[in-house]
Design a protein around this ligand. Sequence first.
Ligand SMILES: [Zn+2]
Ligand SMILES: [Zn+2]
Length: 406
Amino acid sequence: MDPIELAAYLASAGPICDRCLGRRFAGLGSGLGNAERGRSLRAAAGVPTSPESKCWVCDGVFARVAEWAEEAAELVADREFATFLFGVHLSPRQEAVEEFLDERFPSPWSEPFKRDVNRELGKAFERTLAEQGRAATVDFARPDVQFTVDLETGGIALTVAPVFFYGRYRKLVRGIPQTHWPCRSCRGRGCASCGGTGKLYPTSVEELVLPAFLSATGGTGGHLHGAGREDIDARMLGRGRPFVVEVKEPRVRTIDLEAVAREVNGAAAGRVEVLDLRPGAPDLVAQVKEEHADKRYRARVELGEPVTEEALARALEALVGEIEQRTPVRVRHRRADLVRRRRVLEASGRLLSPTEAEVEVLCQGGLYMKELISGDEGATQPNLASLLGVPAKVVELDVLNVLDGS
Ligand SMILES: [Zn+2]
Ligand SMILES: [Zn+2]
Protein backbone atom coordinates (compact mmCIF):
# COMPACT_ATOMS: atom_id res chain seq x y z
CA MET A 1 0.00 0.00 0.00
CA ASP A 2 1.09 3.52 -0.74
CA PRO A 3 2.09 5.47 2.45
CA ILE A 4 -0.47 8.19 1.87
CA GLU A 5 -3.25 5.66 1.35
CA LEU A 6 -2.13 3.76 4.45
CA ALA A 7 -2.06 7.00 6.45
CA ALA A 8 -5.61 7.81 5.39
CA TYR A 9 -6.73 4.28 6.20
CA LEU A 10 -5.07 4.40 9.63
CA ALA A 11 -6.58 7.82 10.43
CA SER A 12 -10.03 6.42 9.59
CA ALA A 13 -9.75 4.02 12.59
CA GLY A 14 -10.09 6.82 15.13
CA PRO A 15 -8.50 10.11 16.22
CA ILE A 16 -4.71 9.76 15.99
CA CYS A 17 -2.10 12.43 16.75
CA ASP A 18 0.64 13.51 14.32
CA ARG A 19 3.34 11.70 16.27
CA CYS A 20 1.55 8.35 16.36
CA LEU A 21 0.62 8.67 12.68
CA GLY A 22 4.20 9.60 11.76
CA ARG A 23 5.67 6.77 13.84
CA ARG A 24 4.02 4.18 11.59
CA PHE A 25 6.16 5.61 8.76
CA ALA A 26 9.37 6.30 10.74
CA GLY A 27 11.50 4.46 8.17
CA LEU A 28 10.44 6.84 5.40
CA GLY A 29 12.89 9.66 4.78
CA SER A 30 15.36 10.86 7.35
CA GLY A 31 15.86 14.11 9.21
CA LEU A 32 12.19 14.35 10.14
CA GLY A 33 10.72 13.70 13.56
CA ASN A 34 7.66 11.47 13.81
CA ALA A 35 5.37 14.45 14.53
CA GLU A 36 6.55 16.38 11.45
CA ARG A 37 6.30 13.30 9.28
CA GLY A 38 2.79 12.67 10.57
CA ARG A 39 1.82 16.27 9.83
CA SER A 40 2.91 16.12 6.22
CA LEU A 41 1.29 12.71 5.66
CA ARG A 42 -1.91 14.03 7.19
CA ALA A 43 -1.87 17.04 4.87
CA ALA A 44 -1.13 14.83 1.84
CA ALA A 45 -3.90 12.39 2.79
CA GLY A 46 -6.35 15.20 3.59
CA VAL A 47 -7.09 13.91 7.10
CA PRO A 48 -8.31 16.38 9.76
CA THR A 49 -5.97 17.22 12.68
CA SER A 50 -6.42 15.46 16.02
CA PRO A 51 -4.85 16.54 19.35
CA GLU A 52 -2.63 14.19 21.38
CA SER A 53 -5.07 14.17 24.26
CA LYS A 54 -7.68 12.53 22.00
CA CYS A 55 -5.24 10.07 20.37
CA TRP A 56 -6.37 6.46 20.85
CA VAL A 57 -2.86 5.15 20.26
CA CYS A 58 -0.72 7.07 22.77
CA ASP A 59 -3.50 8.30 25.03
CA GLY A 60 -1.53 11.50 25.69
CA VAL A 61 1.63 9.77 26.99
CA PHE A 62 3.96 12.16 25.17
CA ALA A 63 2.47 15.15 26.98
CA ARG A 64 3.88 13.72 30.21
CA VAL A 65 7.41 13.20 28.94
CA ALA A 66 8.72 16.57 30.22
CA GLU A 67 7.34 15.83 33.67
CA TRP A 68 9.04 12.41 33.80
CA ALA A 69 12.28 13.97 32.60
CA GLU A 70 12.14 16.44 35.47
CA GLU A 71 11.40 13.68 37.94
CA ALA A 72 14.34 11.71 36.58
CA ALA A 73 16.64 14.71 36.95
CA GLU A 74 15.49 15.10 40.54
CA LEU A 75 16.19 11.42 41.28
CA VAL A 76 19.81 11.93 40.29
CA ALA A 77 20.16 15.48 41.61
CA ASP A 78 23.00 14.51 43.94
CA ARG A 79 24.61 11.81 41.83
CA GLU A 80 27.56 11.94 39.49
CA PHE A 81 26.87 10.28 36.14
CA ALA A 82 28.07 10.75 32.60
CA THR A 83 25.69 8.40 30.80
CA PHE A 84 22.04 7.44 31.12
CA LEU A 85 19.33 5.34 29.52
CA PHE A 86 15.55 5.36 29.65
CA GLY A 87 13.34 2.31 29.43
CA VAL A 88 9.56 2.01 29.60
CA HIS A 89 7.04 -0.62 30.61
CA LEU A 90 3.95 -0.45 28.43
CA SER A 91 0.53 -0.85 29.97
CA PRO A 92 -1.45 -3.93 28.84
CA ARG A 93 -3.65 -1.57 26.82
CA GLN A 94 -0.66 -0.07 25.03
CA GLU A 95 0.71 -3.54 24.27
CA ALA A 96 -2.66 -4.49 22.81
CA VAL A 97 -2.81 -1.31 20.71
CA GLU A 98 0.65 -2.03 19.27
CA GLU A 99 -0.37 -5.55 18.33
CA PHE A 100 -3.64 -4.33 16.84
CA LEU A 101 -1.84 -1.72 14.71
CA ASP A 102 0.65 -4.27 13.40
CA GLU A 103 -2.14 -6.66 12.48
CA ARG A 104 -4.65 -4.25 11.01
CA PHE A 105 -2.38 -1.54 9.57
CA PRO A 106 0.92 -3.32 8.89
CA SER A 107 3.60 -0.89 7.79
CA PRO A 108 7.13 -1.83 6.74
CA TRP A 109 8.30 1.62 7.92
CA SER A 110 6.94 1.48 11.45
CA GLU A 111 8.97 1.98 14.62
CA PRO A 112 7.95 0.56 18.03
CA PHE A 113 6.01 2.85 20.38
CA LYS A 114 8.52 2.06 23.15
CA ARG A 115 11.47 3.31 21.18
CA ASP A 116 9.68 6.58 20.38
CA VAL A 117 8.83 7.17 24.06
CA ASN A 118 12.38 6.28 25.17
CA ARG A 119 13.91 8.67 22.67
CA GLU A 120 11.59 11.52 23.64
CA LEU A 121 12.30 10.88 27.34
CA GLY A 122 16.03 10.98 26.61
CA LYS A 123 15.79 14.23 24.66
CA ALA A 124 13.63 15.86 27.33
CA PHE A 125 16.03 14.66 30.03
CA GLU A 126 19.01 16.19 28.20
CA ARG A 127 17.10 19.49 27.93
CA THR A 128 16.23 19.42 31.64
CA LEU A 129 19.86 18.73 32.55
CA ALA A 130 21.04 21.55 30.28
CA GLU A 131 18.69 23.97 32.05
CA GLN A 132 20.37 22.94 35.30
CA GLY A 133 23.83 23.38 33.82
CA ARG A 134 24.45 19.63 33.72
CA ALA A 135 25.10 17.24 30.86
CA ALA A 136 25.04 13.51 30.13
CA THR A 137 24.81 11.33 27.06
CA VAL A 138 22.71 8.30 26.32
CA ASP A 139 24.49 4.94 26.52
CA PHE A 140 22.64 1.81 25.40
CA ALA A 141 25.23 -0.68 26.63
CA ARG A 142 26.37 0.44 30.04
CA PRO A 143 24.70 3.58 31.37
CA ASP A 144 25.74 4.98 34.75
CA VAL A 145 22.09 5.57 35.60
CA GLN A 146 19.00 3.95 34.13
CA PHE A 147 15.40 5.10 34.48
CA THR A 148 12.42 2.86 33.97
CA VAL A 149 9.09 4.57 33.45
CA ASP A 150 6.00 2.50 34.08
CA LEU A 151 3.45 3.85 31.63
CA GLU A 152 0.62 2.16 33.48
CA THR A 153 1.26 3.63 36.94
CA GLY A 154 3.23 6.68 35.83
CA GLY A 155 5.97 5.74 38.30
CA ILE A 156 9.66 6.06 37.57
CA ALA A 157 12.44 3.89 39.01
CA LEU A 158 16.17 4.53 39.12
CA THR A 159 18.93 1.94 38.78
CA VAL A 160 22.48 3.08 39.45
CA ALA A 161 25.29 1.04 37.89
CA PRO A 162 28.13 0.00 40.17
CA VAL A 163 31.53 1.63 39.80
CA PHE A 164 34.80 -0.34 39.64
CA PHE A 165 38.34 0.35 40.74
CA TYR A 166 41.48 -1.66 40.12
CA GLY A 167 44.25 -1.98 42.65
CA ARG A 168 46.77 -4.31 44.30
CA TYR A 169 46.93 -5.26 47.93
CA ARG A 170 49.75 -6.34 50.16
CA LYS A 171 48.88 -8.34 53.25
CA LEU A 172 51.63 -7.82 55.76
CA VAL A 173 50.37 -10.05 58.56
CA ARG A 174 49.01 -13.60 58.78
CA GLY A 175 45.53 -14.62 59.82
CA ILE A 176 43.50 -12.29 57.63
CA PRO A 177 41.24 -13.81 54.97
CA GLN A 178 40.66 -11.95 51.73
CA THR A 179 36.92 -11.63 52.28
CA HIS A 180 34.90 -12.13 55.41
CA TRP A 181 33.94 -15.64 56.47
CA PRO A 182 30.62 -16.11 58.19
CA CYS A 183 30.78 -17.90 61.55
CA ARG A 184 30.32 -21.65 61.08
CA SER A 185 27.95 -22.09 64.02
CA CYS A 186 25.54 -19.23 63.37
CA ARG A 187 26.16 -18.58 59.64
CA GLY A 188 26.55 -14.86 60.27
CA ARG A 189 23.69 -14.12 62.64
CA GLY A 190 25.96 -13.77 65.68
CA CYS A 191 26.34 -16.28 68.50
CA ALA A 192 28.39 -17.01 71.60
CA SER A 193 31.19 -18.77 69.72
CA CYS A 194 31.84 -15.74 67.47
CA GLY A 195 31.22 -13.19 70.19
CA GLY A 196 28.15 -11.92 68.38
CA THR A 197 30.12 -10.73 65.33
CA GLY A 198 28.82 -13.45 63.01
CA LYS A 199 32.35 -13.74 61.65
CA LEU A 200 35.00 -16.44 61.81
CA TYR A 201 37.85 -13.90 61.63
CA PRO A 202 37.76 -10.42 63.15
CA THR A 203 38.61 -8.73 59.86
CA SER A 204 39.49 -9.34 56.21
CA VAL A 205 41.31 -7.58 53.39
CA GLU A 206 37.90 -6.64 52.01
CA GLU A 207 36.75 -5.15 55.31
CA LEU A 208 39.97 -3.15 55.61
CA VAL A 209 39.86 -1.87 52.03
CA LEU A 210 36.18 -1.29 51.28
CA PRO A 211 35.17 1.41 53.83
CA ALA A 212 37.41 4.11 52.31
CA PHE A 213 35.90 3.41 48.88
CA LEU A 214 32.38 3.52 50.31
CA SER A 215 32.89 6.82 52.07
CA ALA A 216 34.53 8.40 48.99
CA THR A 217 31.79 7.23 46.61
CA GLY A 218 28.83 7.34 48.98
CA GLY A 219 27.99 3.80 47.81
CA THR A 220 25.64 1.48 49.68
CA GLY A 221 27.90 -1.57 49.66
CA GLY A 222 30.47 -3.40 47.66
CA HIS A 223 32.86 -6.27 47.08
CA LEU A 224 36.52 -6.91 46.71
CA HIS A 225 37.21 -9.36 43.87
CA GLY A 226 40.72 -10.75 44.12
CA ALA A 227 42.91 -12.27 41.40
CA GLY A 228 42.94 -15.55 43.28
CA ARG A 229 43.58 -15.61 47.00
CA GLU A 230 46.38 -16.61 49.32
CA ASP A 231 45.76 -18.79 52.35
CA ILE A 232 44.51 -16.94 55.42
CA ASP A 233 47.78 -17.67 57.22
CA ALA A 234 49.96 -16.57 54.28
CA ARG A 235 51.24 -13.05 53.78
CA MET A 236 50.97 -11.34 50.39
CA LEU A 237 54.13 -9.32 49.78
CA GLY A 238 56.00 -7.82 46.84
CA ARG A 239 53.91 -5.73 44.47
CA GLY A 240 50.76 -7.22 45.95
CA ARG A 241 47.83 -9.09 44.47
CA PRO A 242 45.55 -7.48 41.86
CA PHE A 243 41.96 -6.86 42.89
CA VAL A 244 38.88 -5.02 41.74
CA VAL A 245 36.63 -3.12 44.12
CA GLU A 246 33.01 -2.92 43.04
CA VAL A 247 30.90 -0.24 44.73
CA LYS A 248 27.12 -0.41 44.54
CA GLU A 249 24.89 2.63 43.99
CA PRO A 250 27.69 5.21 44.13
CA ARG A 251 26.82 8.89 44.43
CA VAL A 252 30.28 9.86 43.23
CA ARG A 253 32.10 7.94 40.51
CA THR A 254 35.27 9.99 40.16
CA ILE A 255 37.19 9.87 43.40
CA ASP A 256 40.60 10.88 44.68
CA LEU A 257 42.24 7.45 44.68
CA GLU A 258 45.42 8.69 46.32
CA ALA A 259 43.36 9.89 49.25
CA VAL A 260 41.57 6.52 49.35
CA ALA A 261 44.92 4.71 49.42
CA ARG A 262 46.14 6.94 52.26
CA GLU A 263 42.95 6.29 54.20
CA VAL A 264 43.09 2.50 53.72
CA ASN A 265 46.77 2.32 54.55
CA GLY A 266 46.33 4.52 57.61
CA ALA A 267 43.34 2.63 58.98
CA ALA A 268 44.73 -0.84 58.22
CA ALA A 269 47.81 0.14 60.20
CA GLY A 270 50.45 -2.19 58.82
CA ARG A 271 48.09 -5.11 58.26
CA VAL A 272 47.07 -4.39 54.68
CA GLU A 273 48.31 -1.88 52.11
CA VAL A 274 46.82 -0.91 48.77
CA LEU A 275 48.74 0.42 45.79
CA ASP A 276 48.33 1.17 42.07
CA LEU A 277 44.67 2.22 42.48
CA ARG A 278 42.98 3.32 39.27
CA PRO A 279 39.48 3.51 37.79
CA GLY A 280 38.28 0.36 36.05
CA ALA A 281 35.48 -1.00 33.88
CA PRO A 282 33.08 -3.87 34.72
CA ASP A 283 35.02 -6.32 32.46
CA LEU A 284 37.92 -5.97 34.85
CA VAL A 285 36.28 -8.27 37.41
CA ALA A 286 36.27 -11.25 35.05
CA GLN A 287 39.70 -10.31 33.75
CA VAL A 288 41.26 -10.17 37.21
CA LYS A 289 39.48 -13.32 38.40
CA GLU A 290 40.56 -15.39 35.42
CA GLU A 291 44.15 -14.31 35.54
CA HIS A 292 46.55 -17.14 36.34
CA ALA A 293 49.78 -15.26 36.87
CA ASP A 294 53.00 -16.99 37.91
CA LYS A 295 53.68 -16.63 41.62
CA ARG A 296 56.77 -16.63 43.73
CA TYR A 297 56.43 -18.17 47.19
CA ARG A 298 58.61 -18.46 50.25
CA ALA A 299 57.81 -21.21 52.73
CA ARG A 300 59.23 -22.21 56.07
CA VAL A 301 59.09 -26.00 56.09
CA GLU A 302 59.18 -28.36 59.03
CA LEU A 303 60.83 -31.72 58.26
CA GLY A 304 59.89 -34.94 60.02
CA GLU A 305 63.51 -36.12 60.17
CA PRO A 306 66.88 -34.40 59.79
CA VAL A 307 68.11 -33.91 56.19
CA THR A 308 71.33 -32.58 54.70
CA GLU A 309 71.79 -29.45 52.56
CA GLU A 310 72.74 -31.72 49.63
CA ALA A 311 69.58 -33.79 49.96
CA LEU A 312 67.47 -30.64 50.11
CA ALA A 313 69.19 -29.17 47.05
CA ARG A 314 68.69 -32.39 45.06
CA ALA A 315 65.02 -32.64 46.03
CA LEU A 316 64.35 -29.02 45.08
CA GLU A 317 66.09 -29.51 41.75
CA ALA A 318 63.88 -32.54 41.07
CA LEU A 319 60.78 -30.51 41.94
CA VAL A 320 61.26 -28.22 38.93
CA GLY A 321 59.03 -29.33 36.06
CA GLU A 322 55.46 -30.49 35.67
CA ILE A 323 53.41 -31.21 38.78
CA GLU A 324 50.20 -33.22 38.80
CA GLN A 325 48.01 -31.93 41.54
CA ARG A 326 44.63 -33.28 42.49
CA THR A 327 42.39 -30.75 44.26
CA PRO A 328 43.72 -30.68 47.84
CA VAL A 329 41.89 -32.71 50.45
CA ARG A 330 41.30 -29.54 52.53
CA VAL A 331 39.38 -27.74 49.77
CA ARG A 332 37.74 -30.72 48.04
CA HIS A 333 34.43 -29.99 49.79
CA ARG A 334 34.09 -26.60 48.04
CA ARG A 335 36.16 -26.91 44.85
CA ALA A 336 35.74 -29.25 41.90
CA ASP A 337 37.78 -32.43 42.38
CA LEU A 338 40.13 -32.56 39.41
CA VAL A 339 43.77 -33.03 38.52
CA ARG A 340 45.68 -29.89 37.51
CA ARG A 341 48.99 -29.82 35.70
CA ARG A 342 51.13 -26.85 36.67
CA ARG A 343 54.84 -26.20 36.32
CA VAL A 344 57.33 -25.39 39.01
CA LEU A 345 59.68 -23.01 37.22
CA GLU A 346 62.29 -22.48 39.91
CA ALA A 347 62.93 -23.95 43.37
CA SER A 348 65.69 -23.15 45.80
CA GLY A 349 66.21 -23.26 49.55
CA ARG A 350 68.42 -23.69 52.56
CA LEU A 351 68.30 -25.41 55.91
CA LEU A 352 67.58 -23.30 58.97
CA SER A 353 68.26 -26.38 61.11
CA PRO A 354 68.50 -30.11 60.22
CA THR A 355 64.70 -30.33 60.51
CA GLU A 356 63.70 -26.91 59.20
CA ALA A 357 64.11 -25.38 55.74
CA GLU A 358 63.28 -22.17 53.97
CA VAL A 359 62.34 -22.73 50.32
CA GLU A 360 61.48 -20.39 47.49
CA VAL A 361 59.37 -21.59 44.60
CA LEU A 362 58.38 -19.87 41.39
CA CYS A 363 55.41 -21.64 39.80
CA GLN A 364 52.46 -21.22 37.51
CA GLY A 365 49.29 -19.79 39.03
CA GLY A 366 46.82 -22.28 40.49
CA LEU A 367 49.37 -24.59 42.12
CA TYR A 368 48.71 -25.21 45.81
CA MET A 369 51.99 -24.63 47.61
CA LYS A 370 51.32 -26.38 50.93
CA GLU A 371 50.44 -29.58 49.08
CA LEU A 372 53.47 -29.26 46.80
CA ILE A 373 55.57 -29.49 49.95
CA SER A 374 53.60 -32.12 51.93
CA GLY A 375 52.36 -34.25 49.03
CA ASP A 376 48.80 -34.16 50.41
CA GLU A 377 48.59 -37.93 50.97
CA GLY A 378 49.95 -38.51 47.49
CA ALA A 379 47.46 -36.22 45.73
CA THR A 380 50.31 -33.97 44.50
CA GLN A 381 53.11 -35.61 42.47
CA PRO A 382 55.97 -35.06 42.65
CA ASN A 383 56.22 -33.31 46.00
CA LEU A 384 59.04 -32.22 48.28
CA ALA A 385 58.28 -34.74 51.06
CA SER A 386 58.48 -37.78 48.76
CA LEU A 387 61.59 -36.44 46.99
CA LEU A 388 63.27 -35.96 50.37
CA GLY A 389 61.91 -39.18 51.78
CA VAL A 390 60.80 -37.45 54.99
CA PRO A 391 57.52 -35.82 56.01
CA ALA A 392 57.48 -32.08 55.19
CA LYS A 393 55.01 -29.45 56.22
CA VAL A 394 54.67 -25.72 55.54
CA VAL A 395 54.57 -23.78 58.80
CA GLU A 396 54.78 -20.28 57.31
CA LEU A 397 53.97 -19.15 53.80
CA ASP A 398 54.46 -15.86 52.00
CA VAL A 399 53.49 -14.96 48.47
CA LEU A 400 56.55 -12.93 47.50
CA ASN A 401 55.08 -11.76 44.22
CA VAL A 402 52.25 -12.13 41.73
CA LEU A 403 53.97 -11.84 38.36
CA ASP A 404 51.09 -10.66 36.20
CA GLY A 405 53.16 -8.25 34.17
CA SER A 406 51.07 -5.15 34.90
ZN1 LIG B 1 -0.71 9.68 19.79
ZN1 LIG C 1 28.49 -17.18 65.35
